[in-house]
Design a protein. Sequence first.
Length: 411
Amino acid sequence: MKNGLDYFSSTCIIVNMEERKLYFKVWDELSQEKSMVFMVGPRQAGKTTLAQIISKSFTNSLYFNWDIHDHRTKFYANSDFFEDVTRKDDSKPLIILDEIHKFKDWKNYLKGTYDKFHDRYLFLVSGSGRLDVYPLFRLLPFTIAELGGINLDIEAFLKNPLGIQIVKREELKEKWNRLSELSGFPKPYLVNKKASYRRWSNTYSNQLIREDIRDLTAVKSVKEMEILYHLLPSKVGSPLSIPSLASDLRVTYNSIRNWLSVFEMFFLVFSVYPWTKKISRAIQKERKVYLWDSPRIEDESRRFENMVAAELWRAVTQWNDLGYGTFSLHFIKNKEKQEVDFLLANGGKPFLLVEAKISDEQPSPALRKFQTALNIPAVQLLMEHEGYKSISNGGQNILIAPAYQWLSQLP
């Protein structure tokens, strides 16, 4: 395997990586409070590159990657190998430990390292899965909010979530379409070729399941897991029936449930759960599952909803990482099959409804109904629109706007 710190620079992909400033901000805040910070995210989402960017802000730093043979050799010879870091001054060195979770006893090792060295070093621990510890932040594939560079601050957004300005329209539209066709993963997005994306996508999930997941979990049914993952694009946008999937694959209910949990742990998918408070006859159990690799979804409307979901999930997750509140993302659906795609809540209180529609400029009846029930603002996002509309609904308003414009402003 190539040295991670050389990879992006060797292919010129480090260009524009300053747009990772949304995540650098999280690191900056967490590292002021703790001397060991954990960064997780999908494989090939740019964790190594962000670590390189962060290291440039330190005079003294050292990079370690468990996947590099020479690094493992040094580790086994002396687990405190980072004490040999060459220093240029007396400032605290940054020690980057990449993929250390592949070491069998990684939790005890990190605990002991922290206890012994927390006052002398700063540690950034990164990996693709299993780093379920705190303080933690998640590095995700590119989103229009990150690429657009016109983010509101959190206070302004929460005060007026329906606020919008039509700026950089053509640029944002081009980037949104590129995300739709090539995904937000840095390599295919920045190479900007459909053939390159297809080659990348065809190997990405299979390698992740056959290598990382197989090696780091007790899962043995690799072929069945691959089949499950390839079935999921057709399920996006609808509550997922685990019994139905279990029947299709001829495996147990618990197997499907456990495999989906593993997919989430390794950032192949993420889940959105139903909102039930003040919703008559709401469904309560079935979740929706979305993919990080949106272009795998052939159906245009499902892919559009998936992209909106990824933008919103990034936002609420990062707001939580920054300590802005206790945010969560949900959907609403009742037993009459009336549905709103997304609901955002903070501290268990809903504050915004979001509907994703390809081209319908009129608010959906379900959006009007649930807005009236909850008495909160609502947004209906379209694939394309020249400008925006504001439509009243009782005492609240519904914003109708192009998705790439409104989502680009998310903090």
